[in-house]
Design a protein around this ligand. Structure first.
Ligand SMILES: [Zn+2]
Length: 251
C-alpha cells in the first residue's frame, strides 16, 4: 500500500467514507487478481527459462556426440581404404623456383607459405588428393618428398634460383615411395639460394614476407659455396628436431 492509500485510510477512519470507498475496493480487488496472475506468469517464465537451458544443453550434447561419431567413422574408413588420412601433420620437403622475387611451384606461384590442393580434372572438391585414378598423370595434390636430398634428383631447376622448404602436411596425405601428395601444406622452414650464399628462415613473419615477395629485405644470409647442400642439411636437421619434439609431446 502506497502513501496516498495510507492517507485515504487515515482520513476515512477519521471522517467516514469520502465517497470513493466502493470504487477503491473494486480497483484493489482487480489489482490483487492481476498480482496473482503475475506470480503465475513469473513461475511459468522461470520454468520456460529452465526448459530452454536444458534443451540447448541437449542440442549441444547431441552435436558433440554426432561429431565424435562421424570423426571416428571418417577416420577409420579412410585408414581402412588406405587413404592415409593423417591425424597428425606429416613432414616433408619441396622446392620452388624464385622468379621476379616470387616463389613458383610446379604449377603456380605461391603467394603465402601455405596452400590447399585443388583438382583440375574433377570439380568435386572432396577427397583431394584423389586416389581413385580419376585425375592425372600426375594425380592432384600438393607434392613433397621424404628426403630433402631427393629434390636434387627430381627437379629440373639446375642453374635457377631455388628455394627448398620443410613443410607440414595435414588433412588427407597420400604416401608414395619417395614422398607424399597432401591436401594441406604449410611451410615451416625455408632455404633460398642467394648470390652470397643461402638465406635460412623459419620465423612465421619471415616466411610470410618471403612468400609475399619481400625476401630480398630479409637478412641472415649464410655465406657458403654449397648452398643446396647447406640448406638440405639445415632443413633435415629441422625435421629431425621437429619429429623428436612432437614424439615427446604426444608421449
Ligand atoms: Zn584429382
Amino acid at each position: 500500500m502506497d502513501d496516498v492509500e495510507q492517507e485515504l485510510d487515515l482520513l476515512t477512519r477519521r471522517y467516514g467514507d469520502l465517497g470513493i470507498e466502493a470504487e477503491v475496493r473494486s480497483i484493489r480487488d482487480a489489482r490483487q487478481r492481476h498480482r496473482l496472475e503475475m506470480d503465475r506468469l513469473n513461475e511459468d517464465f522461470d520454468r520456460i527459462v529452465e526448459r530452454r537451458r536444458a534443451t540447448l544443453e541437449a542440442i549441444e550434447k547431441l552435436d558433440r556426440t554426432l561429431r565424435a561419431l562421424i570423426d571416428d567413422v571418417v577416420g577409420s574408413t579412410r585408414r581402412q581404404r588406405n587413404e592415409g588420412w593423417s591425424p597428425v601433420p606429416v613432414l616433408g620437403f619441396r622446392a620452388w623456383v624464385v622468379e621476379d622475387g616470387r616463389l613458383h611451384g610446379a604449377w603456380e606461384m605461391w603467394p603465402l607459405p601455405r596452400s590447399t590442393a585443388t583438382c583440375k580434372r574433377s570439380p568435386d572438391a572432396d577427397e583431394v588428393p584423389h586416389t581413385d585414378g580419376r585425375c592425372g598423370p600426375p594425380p592432384c595434390g600438393l607434392y613433397a618428398l621424404k628426403r630433402a636430398d631427393d629434390l636434387l634428383d627430381v627437379t629440373g631447376w639446375h642453374g635457377a634460383r631455388v628455394a627448398i622448404g620443410l613443410v607440414e602436411m595435414s588433412g588427407k596425405v597420400v604416401e608414395h615411395t619417395k614422398g607424399y601428395r597432401a591436401e594441406h601444406m604449410e611451410v615451416i622452414a625455408l632455404g633460398v639460394v642467394d648470390p652470397r650464399g643461402v638465406l635460412l628462415i623459419d620465423a612465421p613473419e619471415h616466411l610470410q614476407a618471403a612468400f609475399g615477395g619481400g625476401f630480398d629485405e630479409l637478412d641472415g644470409v649464410l655465406p657458403t659455396l654449397q648452398p643446396i647442400e647447406t640448406m638440405c642439411f639445415w632443413l633435415e636437421a629441422r625435421k629431425e628436431r621437429m619429429s623428436w619434439t612432437s614424439e615427446n609431446k604426444s608421449a
